[in-house]
Write a protein that binds this ligand. Structure first.
Ligand SMILES: [Zn+2]
Length: 259
C-alpha cells in the first residue's frame, strides 16, 4: 500500500516517529508521501522524508496562504529540487474555515498551479466548501498534461465526475470513507471505480473506523483499503495493486518492492 498523504513531520509524531514508520512498513505500507502545509513545514517534510526514506510534497495550504512570502515562487522552486520531492501540495481553497482571506487563497493557489504547470510537477489539492470556485480556477489554469489528486475527497458523485472526467484527477480516499455519514463519498467511489482512486491517511488527522478519534498513522491505511474492497466487492489484493499503480502513475514514483 502507498499512503499518498500523511504529515509525519507533524509534532503529533515527535515522540515516536521512528516506531510509527516502522509499524507502517510492517503493515505493508511500502511508500509514504509526507505533505507540507507552508514553507517551514515543507522544509520539515523534506528533512523527514530524507531521514526515513519517504517521499515528500511541498506547498502552501489555503489555511496558510496569508503567510506566504513574496518570494514564494523562488522558495518553492528551490524545495522542488530537493531529493524525494514528488509533488506540489497541499494547495487549494478552504471556504469552510476561511483561515486566510479568499482572494489571497485564490492568488496563492493560482501562483502555485503555474509553478506546477511550468515544471510538470503533480499536484495535491485540498478543497473544502469551495467546489465552484475551485473548478472555475482549474478551467483556466489546468492543462491536459497535468496530473493531480483531490486529497481527502468528501464530495458528491457529480463532483467526483467533474474531477475525474474533466480534469483527469485522482481522488484521495482516507478515513472519511469509513465514517457512517459519508454515504455520498461511498456512492462517488462506487461510481468512479478503483481506477480513479489512491489511498491516504491524512494522519495525524481523520483516523478510519475502528481507530476513529485516535491519532491516525500510516499503518491504518489498511482499514481504508479493507473498507474500499468491501464497497467495490473486490479482493483486497486487487484494491491494493490498483491503488498502488495509480499512485505510481500519478507521482511518477519508482516501483516499490512488494516485500
Ligand atoms: Zn493534509
Amino acid at each position: 500500500m502507498i499512503d499518498t498523504h500523511c504529515h509525519l513531520q507533524d509534532r503529533a509524531f515527535e515522540e515516536d516517529r521512528a516506531e510509527v514508520i516502522e509499524r507502517a512498513r510492517e503493515a505493508g505500507v511500502a511508500a509514504m508521501i509526507t505533505v507540507g502545509v507552508d514553507l517551514a513545514d515543507s522544509r520539515a517534510a523534506v528533512e523527514t522524508a530524507r531521514h526515513y526514506g519517504l517521499s515528500a510534497a511541498v506547498g502552501v495550504h489555503p489555511h496558510e496562504a496569508a503567510s506566504a512570502p513574496h518570494e514564494l515562487a523562488d522558495e518553492l522552486t528551490k524545495l522542488l529540487h530537493e531529493d524525494g520531492v514528488v509533488a506540489l501540495g497541499e494547495i487549494g481553497l478552504d471556504y469552510y474555515y476561511d483561515r486566510s482571506p479568499r482572494d489571497v487563497q485564490i492568488s496563492v493557489l493560482r501562483e502555485q498551479l503555474r509553478i506546477a504547470r511550468d515544471r510538470s510537477i503533480p499536484v495535491i489539492f485540498h478543497q473544502r466548501d469551495a467546489f465552484d470556485e475551485f473548478t472555475r480556477i482549474l478551467r483556466e489554469e489546468w492543462r491536459p498534461a497535468m496530473r493531480g489528486v483531490v486529497h481527502c475527497f468528501t464530495g458528491t458523485p457529480a463532483q467526483a465526475r467533474v474531477y475525474c472526467d474533466e480534469f483527469g484527477l485522482f481522488l484521495g480516499i482516507g478515513g472519511v470513507l469509513t465514517f457512517p455519514k459519508a454515504e455520498s463519498v461511498r456512492d462517488a467511489v462506487r461510481d468512479v471505480g478503483v481506477g480513479a482512486l489512491v489511498l491516504e491517511t491524512d494522519c495525524p488527522y481523520l483516523a478510519p473506523v475502528p481507530k476513529r478519534g485516535k491519532r491516525n498513522e500510516p499503518a491504518y491505511v489498511a482499514h481504508t483499503a479493507a473498507k474500499l474492497a468491501g464497497l467495490l466487492a473486490l479482493p483486497i489484493d486487487e484494491v491494493v495493486s490498483a491503488t498502488d499503480a495509480n499512485a505510481l502513475t500519478l507521482f511518477g514514483m519508482k516501483k516499490v518492492s512488494d516485500t
